[in-house]
Design a protein around this ligand. Sequence first.
Ligand SMILES: [Zn+2]
Length: 564
Amino acid sequence: MKLKNSFFYTIRESIKDEESISGKLLVRSGMIKKVGSGIYMYMPLGFKVLKNIEEIVRREMNNAGAAELIMPNLMPEEIYVESGRREIFGNSMFGLKDRYNRSYVLGPTHEELFVWAAKEKVKSYKDFPFNLYQIGLKYRDEPRPRFGLIRIREFVMKDAYSFDADYEGLEISYQKMFDAYKKIFDQMGIEYKIVTADTGAMGGILSEEFQAIAEIGEDVLVLCPKCDYASNIEVSKCVDVKIKNSEEELEKELVETPNAGTIEEVANMLNEEASKFVKTLIYKVDDDFYACLVPGNRDVNETKVLKLLKGTSIELASPEDVEKITNARVGFAGPIGLNIPIIIDNSIVYMKNFIVGANISDYHYKNVNLKDFEYSFKGDIKNVVEGDPCPKCGESLIFKKGIEIGNIFKLGTKYSEDLGLYYTDPKNDLKPVVMGCYGIGLERIMAAIVEQNNDEHGIIWPLNVAPYKVAIILINPDDAENSRYANKLYDQLNEMGIDTILDDRDVRPGVKFNDIDLIGIPIRITVGKKFKDNLVEIKLRDEQTGIDIESDRVINKIKEIINQ
Ligand SMILES: [Zn+2]
């Protein structure tokens, strides 16, 4: 691309409506443009990055033996009603009507259609294995789109589905995808962790996520510095230290705690540690309310509560509902006298003489023990905290934040049974097909790479995904010799398949350098004053200084850099 007569722009001002570094830089560098909340245009430069990412993904999927196809995004709603997922997705699915008032949805994932597609092929046990995938748009009605391309409502996803006769087959198919994903993310130079994750609304046996390490990541990764334990906090097990508490159980006592609705306020008022408290949080799981009790210094883990109750949706009860249930203001909920089912965390069993809300405004109970109330469920319902023992080796756990860029699921037979995908085994018995599904979010990769690779001047693209690998800066386009050389070099590099930009604009050199740095081109060649001595400068984006090199050695040098 020659910049002079092309669609190229950058934005100098800082971008106010983007909160993430990647969001700001991608908009400023003219790669993307916001259309609405969680909806973006991909400008020519951003489109090239997305296509480069797509090609790496496609190549590795094909190498792993998967076959590409394309599915519609607009689908009759009844497909999802039949599979039971219309209800599970709920408000996060976009729905619409056609002119005959028939209901349609925009696909958030495509398990249902891939099962339909598989029916064309699946008859007997001899028809396995196979893996189908597409790279296409997905739609989710995110309640809070944010962080540029990280949480958006229309996005490009690679979704693949494996089909096997049995679980041994699934193991092989799953491992192939696991290996392919590692190759994909390694080629893009992403720093990532693979963690165990929740199987959630997708159902299934095992789920692992590929998480790019980033400060703005919305997932908390629980990692062991000593062994290979790595888990999303959603499913990270708490190992409770079983201490024998020899404290004598006292009689419960009602104490006045005026206007003290938070643990800190009550702790100050009663001069007690937060660890002496038991928090009561009221949740709405599907259509019923439950009280969850965890130690005062811990958080409830909603995924674990949902699992324990085998529910499909969970949210904190509204303040109005809490007041109705407890007959008290928010902040004074407790287990005594509550008439909804109570779930206690495992660790509460080891606590004695603790403090709870009294279900009376401005009052708490102290010296409460398990004998003082009844509970319906007991389990691991709290979040791990940093420093907790590793469930595998006991070492102190550490946390990192991650952006989920890929996930792989062992689905098992859930979808094939629900949607009737069966085959006949050697004994002529009907058996459900064993499935796996495998997703990669392409924009998220783009955002994660920028989050991990930037400096005060802009983006630093790795060579494999950069929109252009080389940028030639022609300092003085009016100098005929300089211009002739730069244009020739530009043609030669492009002919060699090395995507190159020529900055031949009539603007100050500083503007050219700033723009090329901002858009993150990995290799910069400057044709300027030293050209009269037959020298040009080559500088890499991630290095501070460049080197001067004879003009006829440039091509070989570029080849050398790229082959490294
Ligand atoms: Zn460990």
